[in-house]
Write a protein that binds this ligand. Sequence first.
Ligand SMILES: [Zn+2]
Length: 215
Amino acid sequence: MRFTGRAEGDMGHAGAYVTDVAPDVEARRRAVKDAPWTWLRQVHGDTVVTVAAPGEGAGARADASVTDRPGCVLAVLTADCAPVALVSREGVVGAVHAGWRGLTAGVIERAVDSARALGATELRAVLGPCIRPECYEFGEADLETVAARLGEGVRGMTSDGSPALDVPAAVGAALERADVTELDDLGVCTACSDQYFSWRARAEPARQTMVVWRD
Ligand SMILES: [Zn+2]
């Protein structure tokens, strides 16, 4: 798997919202992983695409994808939302775009279900760069919605003491609901680090990507 940041450039703002992927975006994607990408039109829902051939499902309205086939490159685009990779000993892999709406909708649990349907037994998860509670002030009503599903552990605090959503804690709680206990958190905050694009901190429309594949 690979996570990009500012250095690799915008991986998808145009591609996420228009019919075709702009040539410059396509070129940047090929520089990261030179194979057809299954990228998604992310809608903060719980739809998971099961990919059986390279590039299959590209542009689908979904927030996660899984595959058990070599050569299938699964991609999600993020700014502050969480990119979550799923990996299993059996060679089943998955890519999940998880913001607070998707987390509340159950996108992580659905993706784990889909990976298990392909034969994954023990799954391991990797959490890439995302916004962290110190930078993610969050309204009480929405916080209540997330906590109702994923528990009180999702409540965090910003660096200046305001209520915050703890996205990494919410990802961990969703994985636990799906019986995935091994989570490798890269520990990077997109808002604090100038190495990554952040909508929340800098109103940047560009997106970084996580690509996941099995060889
Ligand atoms: Zn931060």
